[in-house]
Design a protein around this ligand. Sequence first.
Ligand code: HEM
Length: 533
Amino acid sequence: MVSSWAVSITALLAFAVWRVTRRRVLSDIRGPAVPSRLLGHEKVVRGMEQVGDLEFKWVREFGPTWLTKNCYGEDNLWTADPKALQYVFHTSGYRFSKRLVAVEVTKLFTGQGILSASADDHQRHRKIMNPAFGAAQLRTFLPIFRRSAARLGQKWKDQLQANSTAEGGVLNISRLLARMTLDVIGEVAFDDRLGALDDKENELAKSFDGLFLDTLLYPPSWDLLFKASWRFLPTPVMNLIKYLPTKEYKRFREYLQTAFRTGKNLIEEKASATEKGNKDIMSILVQSNLSEDARFRLNENEILSQIATLLVAGHDTTANSLTWLLYELSKHPEDQRRIRDEIAATRERMEARNDEDFSPADLDSMTFMNAAIKEVLRLHPIVPTLVREADQDDVIPLAIPIETKSGKVISEIPIVKGTPITASICTYNRLESVWGEDAAEWNPNRFVESRERTTVGIFANLMTFSAGIRGCIGWRFAVLEMQAVLAELIETFDFRFPDDVEIIRLNAGLMVPMVRGKMQEGIQIPLHVSVLR
Ligand code: HEM
């Protein structure tokens, strides 16, 4: 009896010492001085003048893995280390969950969809939706991407004619690009003409305009502290958060209601027309509701939530990336010309075959254009950070060892359950050890020259689409859409960066561009656009 007590106490003591040691390792990790006991680094991080500026500075000072404090003194382990990122997001499966705050905020504008689902539900959602995003299904979308890009081109020509000269003038390229990608997701996913490009008053597009600027840009201190306290609130109280009367919660509520209303109309219109075996998104969603097998069933709320999710995740992301791409090409006319020449050569081959338009293989064959797409996803990742939390005690492996405060050089970091890990995607995408000395510069050639690289993420060794089982389901969709739209726009227009404009990168949930000194005008990149054909 006495000996079993002694064994239990010894085991408990050993466990306590082991956990304290783990915590001590974490507190030995270097990081910037804490600016506020209550807010930790959260206020300075969310208030950064330009996305990534502080992280780029910290990586130079501490190496690619460092420690900051969250609100109420919670430790936050940041990493841009390729091995650590691959471990957390890919190798560990579901062992690193999304944090409660991220899940609850996501629910405010997407409901109970794939983005906010926890492990078991997520696996079910993903299994149901995966077939709609396969390579074969995607090929069938290409004509819609091309037609939509041509309609956007015509809109820009009309605007130029109305505002300046038929040959050219200055346009804010981001606004109609977002409207076009919204129409694309409507047509491709739900076989519906949302009409966002033609109708200025389009209800869905208007409920989306400036949504993230009004909700997630520069949160005040009280909001950071309030959200940090959510983990202590019981679920029934959490369920009331969406009814809070502040601007943030009101705007999210309005968007979700509009998206659900749109979704209900779509289901009513399309339900009778979908056939078993069809792999388009709407058919898959409608059929999943009828499934008798619980592993493949989505209830109505989940279907509406997937529609709300895809409307958000499937349009602004690609529009923003295309905006940054045209921005870089306007600043690098020689690269723009090289892409135009490549398109012209591919068009010649395509016409010699008597084909009417580019095939996916034609688009894939444009080496430099594809390098430019990869380069913009590297340099301007529109999701600059992702946060996860360890579901159990674990050890994070590092490819690039770091020196601790006590002078040790370590290549593994033991952590305790609950430790938040912030993946600095924008920093990983610019690590000199991975991308070379010019990692901070625009240089698509890095993707033309084949070099040995680390294996991280789902596309081009980038973290821009995240990695692993929760990585972007729409990455192939996004890449094909970017190829199709870019080829159309570069053939039709010449883009030049205007004098006296400075673009800044801001974190409004997604990384968005604004003009310095004109933030009240919202998201924009004004470019000088001239018509070529
Ligand atoms: C350049 C464009 C895009 C970028 C950079 C991007 C990036 C991302 C990232 C970083 C995630 C992970 C988010 C997280 O862990 O919280 C994600 C997830 C997701 N994306 Fe994308 N995305 C893009 C385009 C698209 C498109 C076009 C679609 C749909 C048509 C889409 C649908 C989704 C969905 C449904 C998820 C959730 C996946 C899951 O949880 O299993 N995305 N995306």
